[in-house]
Design a protein. Sequence first.
Length: 255
Amino acid sequence: MIILVATPSFEKKLKSFPRKIKLKIFERLSLFAKDSFNPILKNHPLHGIYAGRRSINVTGDIRIVYREINENRYLLLKWVLTINSMNRHITVNDCMQKGYEYDLTEPMGENFDSEFKPQLTPQEMLELGVFGGVYMRDCTDEFPAEWFEQAKLAPQGTSKPDAKINFFGVNASQSLSVWREKGWIHPDDPRGWFQWYCRYYTGRRHSDDERQIKRWKQMVRHVAQVANKCRARDYSCNTRQRQALLHWAYDSRKL
């Protein structure tokens, strides 16, 4: 007997679907429980940041990501909506950009450059605690709502980063003014690398991708420094460096 267990965010999203889609979901989950590798489900392994998980099709636009807990017990983790079921054309109007437009040309979280292998999704980063909680608070209309449901954010109106919000409890960010002086900011992504990553993750592709991926790869030297100096998972060692790595989608909790 197969047992399916859903995460709270999975259940919450399920409730938001129209009745017709819900019926299709239950139909596919019933089929999965009877025959998890039925060809209709197109059950396949995932790679990159989703390594160790699998995906099944619900409709042409909706898929379910899951992982095996143990034999005959599966955890339903999240929904993946393809670009056919998303708003493919995005218009940005937030505190730092007015009228900026771009298109989503890839499925969310997929088809990354072969050299770009982030260990954390934007949602995971926000939930862990990054940038002192002052990043992206005015961008909730641009990105999936679930990214912000459990995000650790400072109260609106607070402009100073709060180190206590960060996962490692320390500040590890340079100001945007420094980034601008260094020439690291592209005009289309005025908030810097993490904004680029969020948009890349959701499916935008941009002429600046190669440069930003190169910058991400350069952070691997910090991974080596932490690994060589610190005992595994000793969070008191190189704490600021560990926090900085989180800001670049490296999972420094595992170092």
